[in-house]
Write a new protein. Sequence first.
Length: 317
Amino acid sequence: MRNVTFRQLQIFAAVVRQRSFSRAADELFLAQPTISLQIKKLTETIGLPLLEQIGRELRPTDAGLDLYLTCKDLFQSFENLETQIAAHKGLQRGKLRLGVVTTAKYIAPELLAAFGQRHPGIEFSMQVSNRDEIIQRILQHEDDLYIMGQVPDEDVDVEAVPFALNPITVMVPRDHILTRQEGPLPLAAIARHPFLIREPGSGTRNAYLRLFEERGLKPNVLMELSSNEAIKHAVASGLGISILSIHSLALEGTHGAIQILDTESFPILRKWYLVYPKARRLPLLAAEFLQFCQTQEEFITQRLIALWPDLSRYLSP
């Protein structure tokens, strides 16, 4: 391993990320033969195949995945050092990489903006994916921290720190027939109406389908959609009803085309969690961001109550 160069590790990590020599060459502004040569030298030094062709993509072998995870830790150590050196110089530098489940895209930008005001000079990246894809990113150490509404309990050992409220409610068009009935409406009445549902892999979907199953009910699914925005537009258009986080109404509010319905067993009072692998030491900026988010719980709760005042009835004094 003494003969492995830092540049070879950078090239290898880019190939694993891009799953292609040509795309890695584009990312690093290198010629493709240079990429191929350095990967060949690295493979010879390690003494085991590091990549394998699966269809049109390159994937890491078991040894390659071990090396890739080591690369991630090594690069993070250098970033931490850069951050510490900048601090000694009276500067603030560094990059925070955040992976968030789809619904968290409504809360994460506000947190990053507020954190950025305290730490000017910090760069951010945010990857938005559904729950299953975020779990894969955790396994591959793609980001520093993850915001999730449901802690993963399969195939991955993580630390999960709750930091904010994430209530899920039933949402209907404002002129829907259900809005004319006195609530709270029974869950069975909701299940009979045309229902718009998120794609498999969504944490929100898992939460409310589990509730229906516990009550021996099955929603009348009309359509499966891949984003909260698509579902909101479909609900507002009168296509059906759905169940979403109140956070998803942050921009348009609760007095527009969509109304929150008073329903039995709702809201489901979930939490947002900051998640990271137990085996991984948190980068300096990520640890600071985690502490910052824990100070924002009351502020976020009050924002939700301002959005939907009835929420206060369901919160403990």
